[in-house]
Design a protein around this ligand. Structure first.
Ligand code: ADP
Length: 266
C-alpha cells in the first residue's frame, strides 16, 4: 500500500549544498524497464569535494543528472540549497542550472569558434552579466591559462581545454560544480593537475564539487567518496586513498550471495 502520493517536504540540513532523497528513476516500460535509481539518497556538504563511484550501470550519471536538474526523476526529492528541484518545470530548472550550477564534462564541450577567454565568460555572457575581474584573474592565474586566453580550443592541448572548461564552470561562482569524468580524456599529468585544482577550489575557495569517476586515483583527491550499486548509495568513505577506494570497490564487485560465486571471474 502506498498511503499517499503527496510529497513530504525534506528538511534542509544546514551546511548542505544539495540533497537527494530516495530518488527513483526508471527508463523504459514493462519488461524492458530499468531502475537506474532505486531509492538513492545522498547529502552533499557545502565546500567539499565529493566523488561518486560505482560499477558501470550503477546509476552514477543518472544521479548526477538528477542532482544537477539535467533530468527529472520518477520519485524522490532533490534539494539544492532551499530549492526543491523536483518541483520546478523544465524552464525553471534550466534557469537554475544557468544561474546556480557549473558543469565540467569529459569531452570539454567548449565552443570551437570562441577564444578561451570568451568560452570562460560564456555562462555570464548568456546571463547578460560581466565577470568579477578579480575572480576571473584568480581563476586564469591558478589554472595557468594567462598566456592562452586568445587561443581557440583547437589551438590548446587537452589539459588546457579542460582547464578552460573548469574556469568556465567556476566563473559565475556556482553553488555546486558537477564534473563527469573530468580527467577521462587527459594524460595522467594533466589529470593530476586538474584534480589538484578541484581539491584546492573546494578547500581554499569553498567551492562545492561533485565528481563522477571510475578511477580510484581520481576519487582519492576528494574529501569523500559516495559508492553506488544498483541505483542506491551503498557506502560512503571519508578521506579516501586509492587503496581504500579500491578495497571498497572490490567489496561492491564481490558476489552478493554464495549462489553467485559460480559466475565468470573478471
Ligand atoms: P553509470 O553512470 O553508473 O554507468 P547510468 O546512470 O549511466 O550508470 O545508468 C544506470 C542504468 O540506467 C544502466 O542500466 C543504464 O543502461 C540505464 N540507462 C541510463 N540512461 C538510459 C537511457 N537514456 N535509456 C535507457 N536506459 C538508460
Amino acid at each position: 500500500m502506498h498511503p499517499t502520493t503527496a510529497p513530504h517536504p525534506v528538511p534542509v540540513r544546514p551546511g548542505t549544498a544539495a540533497q537527494a532523497h530516495e530518488l527513483v528513476k526508471i527508463y523504459g516500460r514493462g519488461d524492458t524497464a530499468v531502475r537506474a535509481l532505486d531509492g538513492a539518497s545522498v547529502s552533499i556538504p557545502a565546500g567539499t569535494f565529493t566523488a561518486v563511484m560505482g560499477p558501470s550501470g550503477s546509476g552514477k550519471s543518472t544521479l548526477m543528472h538528477a542532482l544537477a536538474g539535467l533530468d527529472t526523476v520518477d520519485a524522490g526529492r532533490v534539494l539544492l540549497g532551499g530549492t526543491d528541484l523536483t518541483a520546478l518545470d523544465e524552464r525553471r530548472r534550466t534557469l537554475l542550472r544557468r544561474e546556480r550550477l557549473g558543469f565540467v564534462f569529459q569531452s570539454f564541450n567548449l565552443v570551437p569558434a570562441l577564444t578561451a577567454a570568451e568560452n570562460i565568460r560564456l555562462p555570464l555572457t548568456l546571463a547578460g552579466r560581466s565577470p568579477d575581474p578579480a575572480w576571473l584573474d584568480l581563476l586564469v592565474e591558478t589554472l595557468g591559462l594567462a598566456g592562452r586566453l586568445h587561443h581557440r580550443p583547437a589551438e590548446l592541448s587537452g589539459g588546457q581545454q579542460q582547464r578552460v572548461a573548469v574556469a568556465r564552470a567556476l566563473i559565475a561562482r556556482p553553488e555546486i560544480v558537477f564534473a563527469d569524468e573530468p580527467t577521462g580524456n587527459l594524460d595522467s599529468r594533466s589529470g593530476e593537475a586538474l584534480l589538484d585544482f578541484l581539491r584546492d577550489a573546494a578547500h581554499r575557495l569553498g567551492q562545492t564539487i561533485v565528481m563522477v569517476t571510475h578511477d580510484p586515483r581520481a576519487a582519492a583527491y576528494a574529501d569523500r567518496v559516495v559508492f553506488l550499486a544498483d541505483g542506491r548509495v551503498v557506502a560512503e568513505l571519508d578521506d579516501p586513498t586509492a587503496a581504500t577506494v579500491l578495497t571498497q570497490m572490490a567489496r561492491l564487485d564481490a558476489p552478493a550471495s554464495p549462489a553467485a560465486t559460480s559466475g565468470t571471474g573478471r
